[in-house]
Ligand binder design. Structure first.
Ligand SMILES: [Zn+2]
Length: 440
């Protein structure tokens, strides 16, 4: 497509404030194409920002990361054909507005009419020959709607929505791709096809697939050679209620609680977020020479409470990390990393005494805090977690952040922050392996 870049100046709220106006004003640079706005800006004091845009027919929100304060991104507006207004806002991850701009998208007249010479046939009440598939480019659609020379395609996920007017080809066929760059893996996209008067012709949903990263082919170091780590990604898509003995020397039982965390802003499931971080952690450990076993590598599985310790026990793992995300609906301000160790389980007593376990847990916590920059959190010993109680090796339930906190919810789904968590836990394993005398 021919591009006529228009560099567009920004803003800004701060102009109203004479004191702030003395400081250098941040600027959003934009290049406008049909259905598309490329933007860039510099905010040297930030590593992560949250960008939202909207037009009458498209909207999206996305976390951006930058290692050097220079941010770049794209607003995809496949539904915005005419000279329409687009609002672009940049926030902190805490949802505080940093900068904003408004601009006008270019007209794209070539796409605004149905094919000529369409045969006169009765208008269908539903679409036929429908195929919906997903690739990294977006959602591919192909269908027929006899007698309908135009339809509306609506796609909606928790992070974005698009309302696109489509025009039929000479055979009343429709085919194309809707980009979904803001939508996370494992999100559900609701797809509706409507007449121009909004009468439904089709409605369904598509689950965006998650593809785990490949295992690394080369080592970065050999410092964890011979160390076996089990990673237990908390939960799974569907909860099954179980009641099990709470620990080897406990008479009481524990019944599964339904309480899986859900993202305040992302609307994501804890089970998917823990899986993504688990797969990054697996690779970070493999790169250091460790042997790694996983209790699960997919969402659609069932790993019972006792399986989650039987798997590392049977493999004689040296450590278990149980990855979870926290939730505190009553107070969305609460943030931080919490590490939980077993307290009075007879298996745990054979691993370390209370002080020894606390030292291990605090070592893990400090490594994670250093890698992530998250200062809040703590290390607690208790009898609450069945997986910890039944483990014959150092076992830690790690609540990596609160999905009920706006900022941590966004961070926990950011690949860059996930990588920081993985690196922090890997460093924690290295330091704990030294404390255990497993490595020099
Ligand atoms: Zn959990």
């Amino acid at each position: 497509m021919p591009v006529k870049p228009i560099v567009c100046l920004l803003l800004c709220l701060l102009l109203c404030c004479p004191a702030a106006a003395l400081a250098e004003e941040p600027v959003i640079y934009t290049e406008i194409e049909p259905h598309l706005v490329r933007y860039s800006f510099d905010l040297p004091q930030y590593s992560f920002v949250y960008v939202k845009f909207d037009t009458q027919n498209d909207a999206g929100s996305k976390v951006l990361y930058s290692g050097n304060g220079h941010f770049e991104g794209v607003c995809e507006a496949p539904g915005t054909f005419e000279e329409a207004r687009l609002g672009l806002n940049v926030y902190t991850l805490g949802n505080r507005l940093l900068m904003q701009t408004k601009l006008t998208l270019e007209a794209d007249a070539s796409e605004q009419s149905p094919a000529a010479g369409l045969p006169a046939v009765a208008a269908a009440n539903k679409v036929t020959d429908l195929a919906l598939t997903y690739s990294p480019e977006g959602l591919h659609y192909r269908f027929s709607a006899p007698g309908r020379d135009s339809v509306i395609l609506r796609c909606k996920s928790p992070q974005e929505w698009h309302r696109i007017t489509l025009y039929a080809d000479a055979g009343y066929r429709y085919e194309g791709v809707v980009p979904l760059p803001c939508t996370y893996p494992d999100d559900t996209v609701t797809v509706s096809i409507l007449t121009p008067n909004s009468a439904p012709l089709y409605e369904s949903s598509v689950l965006i697939p998650y593809h785990a990263p490949e295992a690394p082919q080369t080592l970065k170091s050999t410092e964890l050679m011979g160390v076996v780590v089990c990673i237990d990604a908390g939960h799974q898509r569907t909860t099954q209620v179980e009641t099990v003995q709470s620990g080897p020397n406990f008479v009481q039982t524990t019944t599964t609680t339904i309480g899986m965390a859900k993202g305040t802003e992302t609307r994501r499931m804890e089970s998917q977020v823990t899986l993504e971080i688990a797969m990054q952690l697996r690779n970070a450990l493999l790169e250091r020479g460790a042997s790694v076993l996983m209790t699960r590598e997919i969402q659609d599985t069932f790993v019972g409470m006792l399986d989650r310790s039987a798997i590392p026990n049977n493999a004689k793992a040296d450590f278990v990390l149980r990855l979870h995300c926290n939730s505190r609906r009553s107070n969305p301000d609460v943030q931080g990393i919490e590490v939980y160790c077993p307290l009075s389980s007879s298996y745990a007593k054979q691993v370390a005494d209370t002080d020894g376990y606390r030292l291990l847990g605090e070592t893990l916590l400090r490594a994670m805090q250093k890698a992530t920059g998250m200062p809040k959190g703590g290390c607690t010993l208790n009898d609450t977690y069945v997986g910890n109680n039944w483990s014959k090796m150092p076992s830690f339930l790690v609540e990596m952040g609160y999905m009920t906190n706006f900022e941590e919810d966004l961070l926990l789904s950011s690949p860059e922050y996930q990588q920081r968590l993985a690196q922090g836990m890997t460093q924690g394993i290295i330091e704990m392996a030294r404390l255990r005398g497993l490595i020099d």
